[in-house]
Design a protein around this ligand. Structure first.
Ligand SMILES: [Mg+2]
Length: 198
């Protein structure tokens, strides 16, 4: 009897169509004190978004104490420190100096908690954000919360549609504002290219 009821319910025309399952990807942006694979991290910004719509489901930001990075063996690089000192970075720099910082393991625990599940994680460059944060997880002896095949390169993707221009929101070189700008740009690129899967 219960089976018949369920079948009838399954075919009922009055049932609302179920919501399509959310496609969830993450866009990651980190600010650092170096360019190498083991760079000390200043901040981590990220979004969880749907690349096939305009949806941004959630955002994350944490400022990291670079001394805690150094203590774990991550490195500063003089040219990047000099780059931060340039006037072009003065707004991002002075905002950054006012922020409350947490040590690297706490920042990575927070990021893992926020992400909640494995998903594609996009960074700006095949050797930058994802590689550096992977080194940071390793330095803290923490497991990176996504599989290596989910490391994705937004820089490569945007190169397929150079005619779609990035429009910045917020402060350039604030990791969250950059992650949001990159997310919106990637959604525009995906729409422009008519991509149905990634
Ligand atoms: Mg950035």
């Amino acid at each position: 009897m219960s089976i018949i009821t369920n079948v009838a319910k399954f075919f009922s025309p009055d049932e609302p169509t179920p919501e399509p399952q959310q496609v969830r990807h993450a866009m990651l942006d980190i600010e650092t004190l170096g360019k190498g694979n083991n760079a000390a991290i200043l901040s981590i910004g990220a979004t969880i978004f749907n690349p096939f719509t305009d949806d941004i489901y959630d955002t994350f930001y944490v400022a990291v104490d670079p001394e805690s990075c150094q203590q774990l063996g991550l490195t500063l690089d003089a040219s990047t420190v000099m780059w931060w000192m340039d006037d072009a970075r003065s707004i991002a720099r002075s905002n950054m100096l006012k922020e409350e910082r947490v040590d690297l393991p706490s920042a990575l625990y927070g990021f893992t908690d926020w992400l909640r599940e494995d998903m594609p994680v996009w960074g700006n460059g095949a050797t930058f954000d994802n590689v550096i944060i992977t080194s940071a997880f390793n330095a803290c002896r923490l497991e990176k919360p996504w599989k290596f095949w989910n490391d994705k390169c937004y820089r490569t993707l945007k190169g397929l549609a150079p005619e779609v221009k990035l429009q910045r929101v917020g402060t350039y070189h604030n990791a969250l504002d950059d992650a949001i700008s990159q997310t919106k740009h990637m959604q525009a690129v995906v729409r422009h290219l008519g991509l149905k899967s990634l």
